[in-house]
Write a protein that binds this ligand. Structure first.
Ligand SMILES: [Fe+2]
Length: 209
């Protein structure tokens, strides 16, 4: 029987970011580790129910709840890995002139600053969730999306290029709740555009057929 290895939390060396304190990051890493742990626990519990090859009538309520929660925890784990992965203490604000990301943003939005206004605007929307810039692998087009919680609004099969956590835990130790725009400014100061460009290269060329 195939035994699947459980997920291990990834390590991110991010101390010394601009405008996002080490205290925030330490708390945030702990939260992320909780998503990894819960993904493993839920996967095990569901496997336990499935062990005899059937879902009994009396198991269905628990099975349903565990499965719904799995979407929340799984996306919580993966999105935090994208988020921490696209930050660096050597960030340089905006992608370089003529860079692949800037060209893709210009092709999809007309101008880079229009793409940025959209992405930042989504980040300022009320509610807890994420602002994510995706690439459609079928045609290379970029689009920005609001993700509620972790699991509502992700576009299936699209490649996440730039992922920004806008749950309040991402900035509340550093800014007031109404100061989310300042956090978004800090986020941009720390973006690792090399990582974003790498995601763009890997995601390009695939198709849904
Ligand atoms: Fe978070």
């Amino acid at each position: 029987m195939l035994t699947l290895e459980s997920y291990k939390p990834q390590q991110f060396d991010l101390s010394g970011l601009t405008g996002i304190s080490d205290r925030t990051l330490e708390m945030h890493f702990k939260l992320y580790e909780g998503y990894v742990q819960n993904t493993n626990v839920l996967t095990e519990k569901i496997a336990e129910i499935l062990k005899d090859g059937k879902i009994d009538h009396e198991e269905m309520p628990a099975y349903s709840e565990l499965t719904r929660r799995l979407g929340f925890e799984y996306n919580g784990m993966v999105l935090h890995e994208y988020y921490f992965g696209n930050l660096t203490h050597n960030g340089d604000g905006d992608p370089g002139q003529g860079s692949d990301f800037r060209r893709a943003a210009e092709a999809s939005f007309g101008r880079y600053d229009i793409w940025k206004a959209d992405f930042s605007g989504i980040g300022k929307m009320r509610g807890v969730g994420w602002a994510i810039c995706y690439q459609d692998p079928a045609n290379g087009r970029l689009s920005n999306h609001w993700i509620t919680l972790h699991e509502v609004g992700n576009v299936s099969g699209f490649t996440p290029l730039l992922v920004m956590d806008v749950w309040e835990h991402a900035f509340l130790l550093d800014y007031k709740p109404a100061e989310r725009p300042k956090y978004i400014e800090a986020f941009f100061a720390n973006v690792n555009w090399r990582v974003v460009e790498e995601r763009l290269r890997v995601g390009a060329g695939a198709s849904r057929r």
